[in-house]
Design a protein around this ligand. Structure first.
Ligand SMILES: C[S@@+](CC[C@H](N)C(=O)[O-])C[C@H]1O[C@@H](n2cnc3c(N)ncnc32)[C@H](O)[C@@H]1O
Length: 273
């Protein structure tokens, strides 16, 4: 917690803040995420997906969005962290209708060990699988995902890269009522190990430092695609973001075999079982 001036022992903005709400407002847009999964699955398989498994689900917001989409959609969220799952139950699942709540199941388990019901789609977002730092560990996770997919199932991941991704830096983004700070604190070229933090700063000068910390291996797209194929996936395709007339990202992702040397890109990888 940072220093802040106080008046009459009022709690600071940082003390009043909820780090999960701030996280979601900063780095998650589950409507856009689920649109991409839903539309891409239908484009590949020619039918709508029904069963979604959200790996590293955290607060399970994407799982909740999935069951809101159609009355027969079902979702399973998997995360190791009990307090985060409980927050999701209290703040996200509880907002669903009674019928929608019946179609979401949350499991406190390791995504490498879980044996969840067969899914049409498995999603792993916000680079969470970067937590696996050896080829064996990442391939083992991918094998578990594949065995949890239906025969025509599809696995969706995201990845980030570019020259800025492997530098030590802080990026501040002003959002509604607070500043989101992405901090790449430590990067090792020999191992591709990186330690990153999310901090939140507030207008009263208070701070939530290290609200979230990640210790990751920075995987490259060819490594990820190779490991998906080694794990048995039939095909792994990178979807790259298009640009508008000003050269800015337009939010439309299409299959792309080469990409370009953007200093800070985010891409999806779509792996067909
Ligand atoms: C970066 S958050 C992702 C939250 C959300 N899914 C998103 O897209 O923003 C990573 C989550 O992965 C969970 N996690 C880390 N290792 C895990 C593992 N081996 N199995 C299951 N969950 C894990 C953490 O508890 C944390 O909630």
């Amino acid at each position: 917690m940072g220093r802040a001036s106080r008046k009459s022992n009022q709690p600071t903005m940082a003390e009043k803040a909820d780090r999960h709400e701030l996280y979601e407002a900063s780095v998650q847009d589950v409507e856009v995420e689920i649109d991409f999964l839903d539309e891409t699955y239908e484009a590949i398989r020619g039918r709508k997906a029904r069963r979604f498994r959200e790996d590293f689900c955290g607060t399970a917001s994407a799982a909740c969005e999935w069951v809101r989409r159609r009355p027969d959609n079902e979702a399973t969220g998997i995360d190791l962290d009990r307090p985060t799952l409980d927050w999701g139950i209290d703040h996200r699942v509880s907002r669903l209708s009674a019928d929608q709540q019946l179609r979401v199941r949350l499991l406190q388990q390791d995504v490498r060990e879980v044996s969840a019901p067969q899914a049409d789609i498995v999603g792993a977002f916000n680079f969470s699988y970067f937590t696996f730092r050896t080829r064996d560990a990442l391939r083992g996770y991918f094998e578990n995902v594949r065995s949890g997919l239906a025969e025509d199932g599809v696995f969706f991941l995201d990845a980030f890269g570019g020259s800025e991704a492997i530098s030590e830096m802080k990026e501040k983004t002003e959002l509604d009522g607070f500043t989101y700070v992405w901090h790449q604190a430590h990067y090792e070229p020999v191992t591709a190990f990186m330690r990153c933090h999310i901090h939140f700063h507030f207008d009263d000068g208070s701070k939530l430092n290290k609200a979230f910390t990640y210790e990751w291996r920075h995987w490259t797209l060819p490594e990820i695609q190779e490991l998906l194929l080694e794990a048995g996936f039939a095909k792994a395709t990178v979807y790259w973001e298009g640009t508008d007339e000003d050269g800015e990202g337009n939010g439309v992702y299409e299959p792309e075999p080469h990409g370009e040397a953007d200093p800070a890109w985010i891409a999806y990888i779509v792996a067909e079982r």
